[in-house]
Design a protein around this ligand. Structure first.
Ligand code: TRP
Length: 456
């Protein structure tokens, strides 16, 4: 396999952590985690989630980073290299293909949803939440979704932002971006936490998220926690593998992965602690709102609180940054593959891929209005299908194959070489988690996800 150029390497030691955290921290942390924690019993759910992050998220993430760094190439070539060197069946190369394809498909609809956050930044900046109540907030959100041109405008802008970063390449583009964006993201998050503590019902928020009741330890909550532990770490979608391939050889994979998992979890917890106190401070809106929490309840809260306009802007800028650092990590593996496989320029590959994702994204734009009821595949519209297929099918399936491949098939000496160990308890535990525990969990996530779709 010919590669015209040397594969890039991050210029700073900490960049992998920042970049991977940027990929991992997204709508999943800020929007989804707080409301599923609220819906599934608070403290008990958080506890199960932490266990799943440690027992299945971290081992699979180590495996994925390891494949990337060993291959020193885009996900497809990186997996291919380990497959060849292990004398394994070509079947396992599916791991790389499915990762890059999933990244492309997610990019297409994630930029549409990320565009909503941009739209809310602009509304908030114009003082637009002032005096909103539940009904007008719901109507405003519906009006946004009903307008394909407005959705397309923000989607286009969002993909444009992503393209600009990826165009500058790994060190000048991605590295510079995450080194600026991630600190800004942390500062905004802490600012919002302080605001919630001062202006919100902080103790009630705390109690809502962490009150522990053993009766809440249900199977349903466990399966939601397990699925989210995987989703939130951006696993099995090429992103983490691509970032791992830029990691310097000396860096310790285990330590870096643990740091990313801890940071991602902290952001999710702090996001919850920043949001619920604000929601509780506003009469007439509820915390158990579910998916509407971010785009309906919160604007009402901001619209009725002191300095709400300012903090409303801060909040939606935060969401935009979180989504932006995620879409960068979705575009990058695709661009890396096309440049390395076909030897074309980064700029050309970037334009081609982002353009196609934009085009496919129009299908998602229309899924909220004109094509909402058109069933494309399995009775779903385009957005619902892509969301279902990538998160409920490709993610657990790709993760399952990855755990089995690295756990059972890949050459042991190569794994030990990447992890700089010669066996030992830690290595052994990791290997057995990958061999048994992770596959069982991922199979459960796959079956539960498909079941939930078709039983309802
Ligand atoms: N982890 C992201 C979040 O929490 C979502 C996500 C899943 C993602 N897989 C990804 C983002 C791959 C970037 C790349 O919102």
């Amino acid at each position: 396999m010919e590669r015209i150029k040397q594969h890039a390497i991050w210029g700073h030691r900490g960049t992998f952590v920042l970049a991977a955290t940027g990929s991992a921290v997204g709508l999943g942390n800020i929007w989804k985690f707080p409301y599923i924690a609220g819906e599934n019993g608070g403290g008990a759910f958080v506890l199960m989630y932490l266990v799943f992050i440690a027992l299945i998220g971290v081992p699979v993430m180590i495996a994925e980073v390891l494949l990337g760094r060993h291959g020193r190439a885009n996900p497809i070539h990186a997996v291919g290299k380990m497959v060849r060197q292990s004398g394994a069946s070509r079947f396992w190369s599916a791991i790389g293909w499915s990762g890059v394809l999933a990244a492309f498909l997610i990019l297409s609809f994630y930029s549409v949803v990320a565009g909503w956050a941009l739209d809310y930044v602009s509304t908030a900046a114009r003082g637009g939440f002032g005096g909103w109540d539940g009904a007008s907030a719901g109507a405003a959100f519906d009006a946004l979704l009903a307008d394909p041109w407005r959705l397309m405008f923000w989607q286009t802008l969002f993909i444009g932002l992503t393209v600009v970063v990826v165009a500058f390449g790994v060190t000048k583009g991605l590295e510079t971006a995450v080194r600026l964006l991630m600190p800004l993201l942390f500062v905004l998050l802490l600012l919002l936490l302080a605001y919630a503590a001062v202006a919100g019902e902080f103790v009630r928020g705390l109690a809502f998220m962490f009150s522990f009741n053993p009766a809440d330890l249900s199977w349903k909550a466990a399966s939601v926690a397990m699925g989210h532990a995987f989703f939130t770490l951006s696993l099995a979608m090429g992103a983490i593998m691509a970032y791992g391939s830029y990691m310097p050889g000396k860096a310790s994979i285990g330590k870096m992965v643990l740091t990313v998992a801890v940071l991602d979890t902290l952001v999710a917890l702090v996001a919850g602690l920043a949001m619920f106190p604000i929601v509780f401070a506003t009469p007439g809106i509820t915390a158990g709102e579910g998916p509407g929490l971010m785009f309906v309840s919160l604007p009402v809260a901001f619209g009725n609180m002191p300095a709400g306009a300012l903090f409303g802007v801060a909040f939606f800028v935060l969401v935009t940054l979180a989504a932006w650092s995620s879409t960068i990590s979705l575009l990058e593996p695709c661009v890396a593959y096309v440049t390395e496989r076909f030897g074309i320029k980064r700029l050309t590959a970037n334009g081609l891929i982002a353009g196609s994702a934009w085009l496919l994204g129009l299908g998602s734009v229309l899924s909220f209005n004109a094509w909402a009821d058109v069933s494309w595949l399995l009775g779903m519209n385009i957005f619902d299908f892509l969301d279902f297929f990538t998160q409920r099918v490709m993610l657990p399936l790709g993760g399952l194959l990855m755990a089995l491949f690295v756990g059972w098939v890949a050459r042991r000496d190569l794994l030990q070489h990447e992890l700089k160990v010669e066996g030992g308890v830690l290595f052994g535990s990791w290997l057995w988690l990958l061999r048994i525990v992770c596959p069982v969990a991922l199979l459960a996530i796959l079956l539960a996800g498909v079941w939930a779709q078709f039983a309802s």
